[in-house]
Ligand binder design. Sequence first.
Ligand code: GAR
Length: 325
Amino acid sequence: MFKHFSLVCDMFEKLQSKWKVNGIQLFLILSTFAIGGSLTGMAGRKLIGLMPVEHPIAWFFSYIIIMTLIWPLMVLFVSIPFGQFIFFRGYLLRMASHLRRSNSPIENPHAVNTSEQPYSGTPAAPDHHHHHPILLAVFASGTGSNAEKIMDHFAEHPRIKVALVVSNKPAAGVLEKAAARNVPTLIIEKENFFRGDSYIPFLKEKGIDFIVLAGFLWKIPAALITAFPSHIVNIHPALLPKYGGKGMYGQFVHEAVIIAGEQESGITIHFVDEHYDHGGTIFQATCQLEPGDTAASLAERIHELEHAHYPAIIEQTVLKQVVKH
Ligand code: GAR
């Protein structure tokens, strides 16, 4: 008895981690499946009764076809009062893309690193026909000149798309830049980011595969890093490991570099882990300091370097890290 109970708990836990939902949401999802399934049965029997099918085999196939067509509509319908419409819409789209995939014999030629999926249940499909681009979310807190270059770089890209711009500042310039390019935006708030679900279910529903930080000033919570392992990159306006860490952003970095009398500075593009400016370095480029440099003049040269390299390095990294099945 106890064994069966623990097996059921185990199954619920697996489903929770597969769908990245909490216990309440799992309960609502399973209820939607149950009620949607019963309604499908009832509606199916009614409809088949209206059809002039006599032969048992024809009846059987008609019944299966009717049920298959009604079921998605029924669960979507039931999911609305249960508040699970977004989950089920994503679920059905994933099912559709799995079906398409199983009909397609060719594997993704660019696939690498199959062990590092950001989360299970990502809407996924082979993208050799580029029907399902790899989706990026760009996180930025300020003007967003880097985000702008990134959006423009991928605007016509056959495999990668900026699908979302995320900001913690409702007045950030990056939001206008995103809107001008018809890129959806999300303004996040502190409580949910650090102590709630960190917007992971939302990012998952949007099918985000990879996160790019471009002047994003909040620390990334551990849950988000776990949900996107080796799938988050950041750019830092100095040569890490020097001049990194908490409070080291933007002009503070450049001031520190100048005060220290450095001969050169530069940019570091790196994977994000749970410490500020810490994960594995992907790329660095340097520039010389000039006599009379101010934080502003240095920032300008650093920005030039960032704009010249960040989009291309993101492209390489994403193609290496992300596999879409
Ligand atoms: C960039 O220089 C970026 O390297 C820096 O913020 C600036 C954002 O500029 N990031 C950090 O300092 C992170 N520690 P932008 O809004 O014009 O892209």
